[in-house]
Ligand binder design. Sequence first.
Ligand code: SF4
Ligand SMILES: [Zn+2]
Length: 315
Amino acid sequence: MSKFPDTQIDGQWILSKRGGKNPVDPLKPYGYFIEKERTVSGAIENVSTILLTNSECPFRCLMCDLWKNTTDEPIPEGSIPAQIEFALSKLPVTKHLKLYNSGSFFDNRAIPANDYGKIASLVNHFETVIVESHPGFINENCLLFQHLIKPELHVAIGLETVHPEVLPRLNKKMDLADFERSVRFLAHHGISSRAFILLRPPFLSEPEGVLWAKKSIDYAFGTGVSSATIIPVRSGNGALDALTAGNYFEQPGIKSLENVIEYGIRMNAGPVFADLWDIDIFSSCNNCLVMRKKRLTQMNLHQEIPPRVNCSCTL
Ligand code: SF4
Ligand SMILES: [Zn+2]
């Protein structure tokens, strides 16, 4: 069997595999929480994350499941500030804030520039504000927002993978030059970039998935990002389940995630984090899962490599 299916993997195919969305309220975020994170200075501090309810991202990436908590149509002006205000009223005070909108913060269809002023007034007491964006929306809007806020602005960008045959098949409509241009544009204006990197996107075996995640870390730091977060790819968005059925995709194992994070920490180019969201699904061994989660958490927080977990499981 070929490494790649004959089917044209495009937005239409990806849409055709989807199930339904979750009900959402444009005036309420669909999630908000606090987690500990190691900052660039090395301190371990609480970070507030608000998962903003927004309209669906115009890109339809093969691995994305963020559309599940989005609206079909743009949400009214003022909705995003209202959501931030609501979440902050429920969360304890922290120094750092992530505003993730299931798309690109600087996409005017998602967040109108008219909302920036109100958002700025709500977030000005933070030291750092982190937003996410596709390179296609890294433009003057970033500078407009940066100038309105007092906190330092960081932008997380999905590099996904540097695999030359897989990246174009993710339907992200982005190439490495776009990524690099975005990081350089932001750096030129004093804005830090963070890279999201996939562990084992479709079409790769487990060892290939590990290898290309490591190559992607090398590349990301080479462009000048300040940190990298490794996201193990999970099924459940329809498209990936269809690819699993055709033997083109399997979820990575938690040991591979440990392997990649160890590599990233040893590089010592900047913090490398494991995305631990839903991490239990990447292991089927009840004997070592808790220990591996603890080890990954330690690596995230301390950027040091604790002793490996001994277990007879082969995952
Ligand atoms: S750009 Fe990001 S949010 Fe948009 S579809 Fe791709 S992965 Fe999902
Ligand atoms: Zn085990």
